[in-house]
Design a protein around this ligand. Sequence first.
Ligand SMILES: [Zn+2]
Ligand SMILES: [Zn+2]
Length: 225
Amino acid sequence: MLNFLYPARCLLCHLPGRAICQDCLAALPRLPRIRCPQCAVPHTGLANTRCARCQLDPPPFSACTAAFSYAAPLDQAIHQWKYHGRLVWTRVLAESWLETVGPLTELPEALLPVPLHWRRLASRGFNQAGLLARHWGRALDIPVLYHYAKRLRHTRQHARLGRSERLQDSETIFQVRPLPVRHVAIIDDVLTTGGTVSALARAALTAGAERVDVWVLARTLHPHT
Ligand SMILES: [Zn+2]
Ligand SMILES: [Zn+2]
């Protein structure tokens, strides 16, 4: 049973050993070290300075912790995990993230996984953000708020909307019950435009959060294209 859950071969190169071997772990596409602390986009400025976009039009979340860039072979791994139900990836991806981000400071009081619309949850059978939150919550001893956020409908093509439309649109995507804590981290697998996590962050702030962070496995490197 344990072998089934956590195979004794590397999922990427199939060599016997850990579920992801040291070589394959080292070869996962990491984000460049100099990146925006607020949205995790790499930039060419000084370390620990925000990107131009966050300075001009800051997102509603305070910080983004991401480990990887959404590129090969991680993109295929995430695809197998989410769309082909290869749940063995949950632990591998969650642990690789923990190993890569290193010790975290200013831990949130609770984790808030991005919920799926109930129809998508029914067809997929699991919520990948919830699985990550469970793993990270256990590893870091942080409670997970599973049933506080509800997705009212599928996200529209957020990036195509203007700013005011985006704001209006996001108000109706998520509903969050009054939160029992002030500092939460939203959990998702991949950050692309940031539209989804921004919408949930706004809903969490409305529901009583004072600080919202974002933790994602990976972010795309060309979020605005
Ligand atoms: Zn390997
Ligand atoms: Zn930024």
